[in-house]
Design a protein around this ligand. Structure first.
Ligand SMILES: NC(=O)c1ccc[n+]([C@@H]2O[C@H](COP(=O)([O-])OP(=O)(O)OC[C@H]3O[C@@H](n4cnc5c(N)ncnc54)[C@H](O)[C@@H]3O)[C@@H](O)[C@H]2O)c1
Ligand SMILES: N[C@H](C(=O)O)[C@H](O)COP(=O)(O)O
Length: 353
């Protein structure tokens, strides 16, 4: 009953979204303008673009008549950041494009922390060019967490099946680190707080109070009882058992062999009547993102959980190879805007006061 009332209240609320253009030499500005051509989205939310209006205008002129329509930048609200605009060449990333995309993020985060927005929707950036511009962050996620002052945060992907609406939710326990560092970085403590964040998010943002969560193994066949790797035998299997006691309301399965873990979500995605899990805890970046991008490259949304505000992003990168050609698909950016709006409405409806 409470949930129904909250949904009704939420439907009338207009969350405020800051939308960054990402690296202006990539496809970020194109997918943002294409996604914002949808007037419904602009009516349902208050949207402010953070970046260079000059670059957006130039792109709008260049792509007129090619592929999908782009919103006219002069019809959009902007926080204008023009510092590097004259140095940007589409498809040729540079220190200038890295510096510009970093400045867009800094402005969006500062304004959001000051209470101007419920959510930030980020265009894709290139970590290489952030580093070249003097900002050696592993990604936007880590910058967001640092500026928000949180040490416990997670990279979480949400994708809705176009076949039946089933939702694939995947949290990565480790993210932008070299593969060889993964086994040493994974610890019972790290996994415990990642699981806490996941369960909190499933409850708060998705109304799942008794979620079914699948936890991946690390080694082939989850180590085959120590023959193919010892992490499962030594601590991961007992850890899952401990978590069952810590979270009696949740149904936890694992460690599941990482290859077969993705069979049921794949079937559920394509509409089969199988019992898939509400969420998947993958132990490292590509273990979680290969299935997500294989199933849903054009639909998945990257969200950061554990922040004091909402953050969503398309799951694709800067795609410098196709920048300026008018062929960038805005579907994932549209999904990122929709999810930010949905979560924003839900939080406005449920937040105290
Ligand atoms: N959220 C983010 O900021 C984010 C996410 C992923 C990658 N990246 C960064 O992007 C850069 C490039 O990464 P990459 O090449 O591995 O991945 P990518 O997603 O940029 O490109 C992979 C392939 O998919 C194509 N593609 C990507 N998005 C598309 C779209 N919307 N429409 C049509 N085709 C699309 C590209 O042309 C390319 O062939 C890297 O610096 C990486 O770190 C950023
Ligand atoms: N790992 C994400 C992906 O592959 O989609 C992306 O690089 C995330 O980057 P941010 O930390 O910049 O969101």
């Amino acid at each position: 009953m409470q949930l129904t009332q909250n949904s009704q209240i939420a439907a009338t609320l207009r969350p405020r979204l800051a939308v960054t253009l990402g690296d202006p030499a990539g496809i970020g500005p194109e997918v943002v303008l294409k996604a914002l051509d949808d007037r419904r989205m602009r009516e349902e939310c208050e949207i402010v673009v953070v970046g260079s209006r000059a670059i957006a205008r130039q792109l709008h002129t260049q792509l007129r008549g090619i592929g999908d329509r782009l919103a006219d930048p002069d019809d959009l609200n902007f926080i204008e950041i023009e510092d590097e605009a004259h140095n940007i060449v589409l498809g040729s990333p540079s220190v200038s494009s890295g510096a510009a995309s970093f400045a867009y993020m800094e402005a969006a985060i500062a304004r959001t922390l000051a209470g101007e927005f419920e959510a930030i929707v980020t265009g894709p950036i290139a970590k290489t060019w952030w580093k070249a511009a003097g900002h050696p962050y592993p990604g936007q996620t880590e910058l967001l967490a640092e500026r928000a002052g949180v040490s416990r945060f997670g990279m979480f992907f949400v994708a809705r099946s176009p076949h039946n609406g089933w939702t694939l939710r995947t949290l990565l326990a480790t993210t932008h680190i070299p593969l060889r560092q993964v086994p040493d970085t994974l610890t019972p403590d790290l996994l415990a707080w990642k699981l806490d964040l996941l369960l909190d998010c499933l409850h708060r943002d998705f109304g799942l109070d008794r979620p079914r969560v699948a936890i991946s193994g690390l080694n082939p066949h989850s180590g085959e009882n120590g023959q193919l790797g010892t992490e499962e035998r030594d601590w991961l299997t007992p850890w899952v058992e401990d978590q069952r006691h810590r979270h009696p309301h949740a149904h936890l399965d694992g460690p599941i062999p990482p290859d077969t873990l993705w069979v049921k979500p794949g079937q559920a995605w394509y509409g089969a009547e199988v019992t898939a899990h509400d969420a998947y805890l993958a132990l490292y970046h590509d273990q979680g993102l290969i299935p997500v991008k294989l199933l849903a490259f054009d639909k998945a949304v990257n969200t950061t959980i554990g922040l004091p505000f909402i953050r969503t992003s398309p799951d694709h990168g800067t795609a410098f190879d196709i920048a300026g050609k008018g062929i960038a698909d805005p579907t994932s950016m549209k999904a990122a805007l929709s999810l930010a709006a949905e979560l924003g409405r839900h939080r406005l409806a449920t937040q105290p006061g």
